[in-house]
Design a protein around this ligand. Structure first.
Ligand code: PLP
Length: 378
């Protein structure tokens, strides 16, 4: 019997598939939109049209399902395409519970859906199980959205406890695990029904692909609906992007662990700095979600560190302008470090503190990043 293999091995070898015609270890890219029928009208190649499924997806979807421990996976044109597809599986008037702190564009989309009467919506404080119990409506709530750690405050939510409450009320749990990846958290093992990723971030890791992914625990009717929704709306990934995503995934474990180790060092150093009022990082004992994160995450706490310099929003702007290695740009999860003054990006009404700086920590030498931060903080 073959020894059980580790996820690092599956990722590095992209499941070890070989292209059957030429025995190539690196898969080809399939740009074809149409696929030929036989005389009976059937598709002997198993594909009809690229808006339904492209052969370039097969390996990357199989690898994502393996890494998350799911029954199936779908790749999408973006993280937003993956997320919105989940909500498209709901019926009019279904009730949704989402965290008050979450990726802002998904929050905006949900508000928009609720304003147009498509769904009923409640936001509850991240990880507040009492608030979840108070707001959940048995038989009416269909979906509880979790984002842990949450962008950009790094709030932690107990996936297992959330799933217990949601399932008892007949609702599904969908976990946006973008900031964690399957290297650090396995939401399906903790009770989530679906995992969603902005694969633009650490899954690809090189800031050169816009992509999203869903992974399911069960191949059930909701999953089938999600698959059809992707095709109906043409929310599909380009074959070249799917190929790049698979290439990026081969180094996922190295990159995620290196970024998380750098992030931990930086969070610790910032926490002791006299020009810093608060550091938000689940790897710090001072973080309210630290104990839970230690149980739920494995091998690190992710690439994102948020902090508030002393002196408010003006000080935050000044720090950004003085940083040299940290590039002032949106996004996260690449090999290069980025900084963003978040509240002005999200605009009026955002729950994000006005002086919060969000760092996405890459795989540069930690001392170089620390020197850059210390110089900018003065
Ligand atoms: N979820 C999280 C946590 C994100 O940070 C992002 C983007 O920043 C998204 C979803 C949306 O992903 P995309 O930009 O790939 O559409």
């Amino acid at each position: 019997m073959k020894a059980a293999r580790h996820p690092e091995t599956f990722a590095a070898q992209a499941l070890g598939w070989t292209e059957p015609t030429h025995r190539a270890l690196v898969p080809p890219i399939h740009p074809s939109a149409p696929y030929e029928r036989d005389d009976t009208g059937a598709y002997p190649g198993g594909h009809s049209y690229t808006r339904d499924q492209n052969p370039t997806y097969d390996q990357v979807e199989a690898l994502l399902a393996e890494l998350e421990g799911g029954k199936g996976s779908l790749v999408f044109a973006s993280g937003m395409a993956a997320a919105t597809t989940v909500f498209e599986t709901l019926c009019p008037g279904d009730h949704v519970i989402a965290p008050s702190m979450m990726y802002w564009t998904i929050r905006g989309w949900l508000r928009d859906l609720a304003d147009r009467g498509r769904i009923e919506l409640d936001f509850v404080e991240n990880g507040n199980l009492e608030a979840l119990e108070q707001n959940i409506r048995p038989g009416k709530t269909r979906l509880v959205w979790v984002e842990t750690p949450a962008n950009p405050t790094l709030a932690i939510t107990d996936i297992r406890a959330t799933a217990d409450i949601a399932h008892a009320a007949g609702a599904r749990v969908v976990c946006d695990s973008t900031l964690s990846t399957p290297v650090l958290t396995k939401p399906l093992e903790l009770g989530a029904d679906l995992v969603m990723h902005s694969a633009t971030k650490q899954l690809n890791g090189h800031s050169d692909v816009l992509a999203g992914a869903l992974v399911t625990k069960n191949e059930d009717e909701v999953w089938e609906r999600a698959r059809h929704e992707r095709g109906y709306r043409g929310a599909v990934l380009g074959p070249f992007e799917a190929w790049l995503l698979l290439r990026g995934l081969r180094t996922l474990f190295l990159r995620v662990r290196a970024s998380a180790a750098n992030a931990q060092l930086i969070a610790e150093r910032l926490a002791g700095h006299t020009s810093v009022a608060e550091v938000m990082y689940p790897g710090l004992e001072s973080h309210p979600g630290h104990e839970l994160a230690r149980k739920q995450m494995n091998g690190g706490f992710g690439p994102m560190v948020s902090f508030r310099p002393t002196g408010g929003a003006a000080a935050a702007r000044s720090v950004v302008s003085k940083l040299e290695l940290f590039r002032n740009a949106t996004s996260l999860g690449g090999v290069e470090s980025l900084v963003e003054h978040r509240a002005p990006v999200e605009g009026p009404g955002t729950p994000v503190p006005p002086d919060l700086l969000r760092l996405s920590i890459g795989i540069e030498h930690a001392e170089d990043l620390l020197a850059d931060l210390e110089r900018a903080l003065g």
